[in-house]
Design a protein around this ligand. Structure first.
Ligand SMILES: *[C@@H]1O[C@H](CO)[C@@H](O)[C@H](O)[C@H]1NC(C)=O
Ligand SMILES: *[C@@H]1O[C@H](CO)[C@@H](O)[C@H](O)[C@H]1NC(C)=O
Length: 813
């Protein structure tokens, strides 16, 4: 309480203002507090105050102060708040008067109110929110609210503090109107990822004592900036998937994190390097599931590497590798490829001959790709592993086309997967023929019969040989082996048809000359070299009754007569003579029987039918004729039988002269001889005529042929060494009724030789020789011509030579 008494009372003032006084009090004094003792200060008696009805007069002002008339004191009536009373005015005082009556007196009182620190600085709002991007640069300014302090002077606002002040500084600028601007300045970058929310306390402090302060909470939300890229949890992801898995199969999950927030931290996954084909096989969902998006085949790729990218919406990204191992499943059959194979191999191929080489591949891996091959023909073939999936099919033993000419070899290859897959291929292998089988005759030897006097060229029988080989190697031709029968080449007896094995008789056989003969026929196949085998053929000639018996005794002579003598004294059974006859035939055909055909006296003689003995049957008498003539017929037993007759002259006499006189002639014989002479002359004339005619014809033919043969000799036609079957009687003798001379040129195949020999063949000459001896002579003369070294074959033949059939054979020999 301050008291200032202004004691300049003025007497001159009417009604006078007596006095003025000032007091000073702090604000906020409680009610009743003493402001000042007016009575005392003015020396007024309390009674005067009461009597003068002293009262305070304030005008409009509210009455903060009251007057206690009894004690003369001014006290606080209403609490005085300086700030309410005077605002921010620095000088604050209450002015009022104390008025007294009787006499009127006015005391002017001024009560100065002094400030006390009763108001803290105060912010208008208790808190303030800021949203600041973490990307705000250092030095960024943020205007803060000012605080207000109603107190003045020292009690007023003095300063601010900001706590904590790690990121921000506080700066206070004085302003021209005396107020202050408070700014928060970023001094260290914010990091949302470290601290997203900050709470700062701004404190305003006054200077009173005690000091008072006011605070404001500053909430800072750090706004995210896309300052963090996504980060994959692993740099490399490994996964495995079975081949042939369904589309959409989950392979793995990748995940990346982004420290940023919101869209800056929102990650989407994509497959990087999407140009590569691989990437189309896979698909990554938004949430990082790697799915299969196509067909994967272990055999195409065993492993895939894809790049997965994680991208936030701010465009920052990270990438990771996903390594996908493809697991094999046994989904491939082995594949058999034949690299080379032979369609056929020879049956003489040695064991271990390679038939085929094949490669077998199974693209699967491990057991699924391990392949084993086997074949069905285990006996003869085997399959061998070479290397690197190469297999060779080889023969395992000797082959024989004659056993099996074709094999279907099935190669089956299977892998070791579970279940195992397999495939197979069939190779057809032909076994080609090799000439390893000789022709085999159906029989080990042959025996055949032919009746003599056969027609030349007749087929006797057929030999047959078979050859187990094939085609040309089995084509059997029959060849007559050279040998000789009785010094004559067998080829003049028989010929063998090369194709059919038919054996032909070349000539007519005569049992009486040859009863049997043997020769060899060779069967030769067409292989190279050819194989052959032999068979012996025995031909037996069967007798025909072609020869009449021949009477050897008694000798029949044309001129002289031989007679047997029978003495007249001969007894019964006297052996007169013996007719001796032979028959060159054999067997029944040579079994002769004798009969008496005619006799002068049938009763006198008999002929032994078996032995031909002529005996007397009765006693010779004087009456019996001297000349006895017996005709004995000798018959053989053939069918039909042939016979010969013989005339036996018997003289029944005792002495030789007696006989001579009687046997000068036989009338029958003279007749017979005359006839014979006539016939002989006639025959000679006919033969001579024929001979001359033939001679002319043959000479002209020969000349023509000689010219032809010259042409043929000069042509260069290949001469095939072929021995045509010839039918000729080289001996030209014998007891055959006729001699057949044939020249037959035949070829087994119709080649050019046909033209060569065709003409010769058309000139077959049949010569019927009336006498066998003539033929013999001609043969000999022919031989001597042929043997002459200088005799040129091409020279025109002599007439004698042209008669011979052999001449025409020469070109073929
Ligand atoms: C081989 O196969 C072929 C065709 O399937 C068949 O015609 C032939 O008879 C077979 N050969 C053998 C020896 O099985
Ligand atoms: C065939 O017979 C001839 C003579 O008889 C002989 O030399 C030859 O070796 C025989 N050939 C065969 C294949 O038996």
């Amino acid at each position: 309480m301050k008291r200032e008494v202004l004691s300049f009372f003025s007497v001159l003032s009417l009604p006078a203002v007596l006095a003025q006084i000032s007091y000073s009090i702090p604000e906020e004094m409680p009610k009743g507090s003493l402001v000042g003792n007016v009575a005392q200060d003015f020396g007024l008696d309390v009674k005067r105050l009461q009597a003068g009805k002293a009262r305070i007069h304030t005008g409009d002002d509210a009455e903060y102060i009251q007057l206690n008339r009894e004690r003369g004191l001014l006290t606080i009536k209403e609490k005085i708040d300086r700030e309410a009373l005077c605002k921010q005015g620095t000088l604050c005082a209450l002015h009022f008067q104390i008025a007294l009556e009787n006499p009127i007196e006015i005391i002017s009182v001024t009560v100065e109110i002094t400030d006390i620190n009763d108001n803290p600085p105060r912010f208008e709002k208790e808190e303030r929110r800021f949203e600041i991007s973490e990307s705000a640069i250092v030095g960024s300014k943020f205007l803060l609210e000012k605080a207000a302090d109603l107190d003045i002077g020292l009690n007023g606002l003095q300063s601010y503090t900001l706590q904590p002040n790690e990121n921000f500084n506080l700066k206070v600028h004085g302003q021209s109107d005396g107020s202050k601007k408070v700014e928060m300045i970023l001094q260290k970058p914010l990091d949302r990822e470290k601290q997203e929310l900050m709470s700062l306390l701004l404190t305003a402090i006054d200077g009173g004592a005690p000091q008072r302060s006011g605070t404001m909470q500053i909430h800072i939300t750090v706004l995210d900036a896309n300052d963090n890229a996504p980060v994959f949890s692993q740099a490399v992801y490994k996964a495995a998937v079975k081949e042939n898995s369904m589309k959409g199969t989950l392979i793995t999950k990748v995940s990346a994190s982004d420290a940023d927030k919101g869209s800056n931290g929102q990650i989407s996954y994509v497959i990087g390097n999407s140009m590569a084909d691989n990437s189309k096989l896979f698909h990554v969902t938004e949430d990082g599931h790697v799915l299969l998006n196509g067909q994967i085949d272990y055999e195409i790729a065993k492993m895939y590497e894809i790049d997965v990218e994680a991208v936030d919406q701010g465009g920052l990204s990270d990438s990771a590798k996903v390594i996908i191992d493809v697991a094999d499943i046994n989904d491939n059959n082995p594949v058999i490829n034949i690299i080379s194979s032979s369609n056929s191999i020879g049956e003489n191929s040695k064991p271990s001959t390679v038939v085929a080489i094949m490669s077998v591949n199974d693209p699967d891996s491990e057991e699924n790709g391990k392949v084993r091959c086997a074949i069905n023909e285990k006996m003869l073939f085997s399959i061998k592993t070479a290397s690197n999936n190469l297999y060779s099919l080889v023969t395992d033993s000797e082959l024989d086309r004659e056993t099996a000419s074709e094999y279907n070899i099935t190669v089956t290859c299977s892998d070791e997967g579970v279940p195992s897959l397999s495939s197979s291929v069939t190779l057809t292998l032909q076994i080609s023929d090799v000439n390893d089988n000789a022709p085999v005759f159906e029989r080990s030897s042959y025996e055949a019969y032919i009746v003599e006097n056969n027609t030349p060229g007749v087929s006797i029988f057929t030999v047959k040989a078979t050859d187990a080989d094939w085609k040309q190697n089995a084509r059997v031709s029959y060849i007559l082996e050279d040998s000789s029968v009785n010094g004559v080449p067998v080829s003049s007896y028989v010929s063998v048809s090369a194709d059919s094995g038919v054996i032909h008789a070349v000539r007519s056989f005569d049992y009486e000359q040859i009863k049997d003969f043997r020769f060899c026929v060779k069967a030769q196949d067409g292989g190279s070299p050819p194989l052959s085998s032999n068979v012996t053929v025995k031909i037996q000639i069967q007798d025909q009754n072609d020869n009449p018996p021949q009477v050897l005794y008694p000798v029949q002579t044309a001129g002289s007569v031989v007679a047997e003598m029978v003495p007249r004294s001969a007894d019964v059974g006297y052996l007169v003579t013996k007719v001796v006859a032979v028959d060159v035939d054999s067997g029944q055909n040579a079994w002769l029987s004798y009969k008496l055909q005619k006799a002068t006296d049938r009763a006198l003689f008999e002929v032994g039918s078996q032995n031909g003995e002529i005996r007397t049957v009765r006693q010779v008498t004087e009456k019996d004729l001297l000349k006895q003539r017996l005709t004995v017929i000798v018959e053989d037993n053939g069918h039909p039988s042939r016979s010969a007759t013989v005339i036996v002259n018997v003289a029944v006499a005792d002495s030789f002269p007696e006989v001579l006189s009687e046997f000068t002639d036989f009338p029958h014989d003279k007749d017979y001889n005359d006839n014979l002479t006539f016939y002989l002359v006639l025959a000679l004339a006919v033969v001579s005529f024929l001979f001359i005619t033939c001679l002319v014809v043959i000479i002209s033919v020969k000349i023509y042929r000689w010219r032809q043969s010259r042409i043929l000799y000069h042509s260069s036609l290949p001469v095939i060494p072929y021995y045509p079957p010839r039918y000729s009687d080289t001996l030209g003798t014998g007891t055959l009724p006729h001699t057949y001379n044939y020249e037959v040129c035949r070829t087994t195949d119709s080649r050019k030789s046909d033209c060569k020999f065709g003409r010769a063949g058309s000139q077959n000459v049949l010569i019927m020789d009336p006498s066998s001896t003539g033929t013999m002579q001609r043969l000999q003369s022919e031989k001597s011509i042929l043997d002459e070294p200088d005799s040129p074959l091409e020279s025109p033949p002599s007439p004698a030579a042209s008669l011979s059939p052999y001449r025409s054979l020469m070109p073929t020999l």
